[in-house]
Design a protein around this ligand. Structure first.
Ligand SMILES: CCC(=O)Oc1c(C)cccc1C(=O)O
Ligand SMILES: [Ca+2]
Ligand SMILES: [Zn+2]
Length: 303
């Protein structure tokens, strides 16, 4: 059969039209982008739990599976961001094929990285709509794959909260629009809210300082709770502000995310805790921008 790269068109979860790379195999178009790394491939789990499910195909290259359209297009956007901003070629820096499955199970209010691929539920329509409909969610999930190939932060306790936080930080930076996480798919009936806020984690029940950390055992020792602590620190480095009597002159998203990415890839390891993360970002800022720089000052004040 003839395999050629083509441009498909489709409607996303929020009704927006977008284009993306597809592949023609014989007379069938596939959600298979062969132009990035070893490919970006998108499947449907058809509301079952068998993964990856079936490759999404079309006879016309006009696509109506809104969850599949956004999972595919946002995986492309995430791949491009990692390459352009960090020179990283996919999750393993060796072009690893990115696989996504949508329509996982029924009314499933979750999205996850399963160690090999990313997976999106449809949501129940109240808590979440189709979860691939937000670029920062797709970026969050794919960043779990980057973390596994770099620091490999254990998904428990403080390392787990850092694992979660780096996914929020980089996912939010890929979207680069606001300081909210999941806002485009969370509670479709309620405008303006979000799953989490980097600017004010306490809005959604997260601590914003280490002294308020959760020390229980639920949610793997609070990985989705204590991530707010590192998220707030990143926000202060990027945007600046006065917090706990300390005033930080922000350095902007780009320098901030470069520092945090560098820390994730070169300094953090499986058991790194918040103390290690502080040292890692200070070291990264110093390495990237020099001792005494505005960037080092902002980081030193924020963490
Ligand atoms: C921002 C994406 C996100 O947090 O996805 C999850 C959801 C919606 C439920 C449970 C776990 C996760 C996750 O990826 O950590
Ligand atoms: Ca957002
Ligand atoms: Zn996560």
């Amino acid at each position: 059969n003839i395999l050629e790269d083509l441009t498909g068109t489709g409607t996303g979860v929020n009704g927006d039209t977008k284009t993306f790379e597809t592949r023609l195999s014989g007379s069938t178009y596939q959600l298979y982008d062969n132009t990035r790394g070893k490919g970006i491939v998108t499947y449907t789990a058809k509301n079952r739990t068998t993964l990856p499910g079936s490759l999404l195909t079309s006879s016309t290259n006009v696509w109506s599976d809104r969850a599949g359209v956004d999972a595919h297009a946002y995986a492309e956007r995430t791949y491009d961001y990692y390459l352009q901003h960090f020179g990283r070629n996919s999750l393993d820096n060796k072009g690893l094929q990115i696989r996504s499955s949508v329509h996982y199970y029924t009314s499933y209010n979750n999205a996850f990285w399963n160690g090999s691929q990313i997976v999106f539920g449809d949501g129940d329509g109240t808590v979440f709509t189709l979860l691939s409909g937000d670029l920062d969610v797709v970026g969050h999930e794919l960043t779990h794959g980057v973390t596994e190939n770099t620091a490999n932060l254990e998904y428990y306790g403080e390392p787990g909260a850092l694992n979660e936080s780096f996914s929020d930080i980089i996912g939010n930076s890929i979207e680069g629009e606001n300081w909210l996480v999941g806002d485009k798919v969370y509670t479709p009936g309620i405008p303006g809210d979000a799953l989490r806020s980097l600017a004010n984690p306490t809005l959604y029940g997260q601590p914003d300082k280490y002294s308020d950390r959760y020390t229980g055992t639920s949610d793997n020792g609070g990985v989705h709770t204590n991530s707010g602590i590192n998220n707030k620190a990143f926000y202060l480095v990027a945007q600046g502000g006065t917090f706990n009597g300390v005033t930080v002159a922000g350095i902007g998203r780009e320098d901030a995310v470069q520092i945090y990415y560098n820390a994730l890839v070169y300094y953090l390891t499986t058991s790194s805790d918040f103390s290690a993360a502080r040292a890692a970002v200070i070291q990264s800022a110093t390495e990237l921008f020099g001792a005494g720089s505005a960037q080092v000052t902002a980081v030193t004040r924020s963490v």
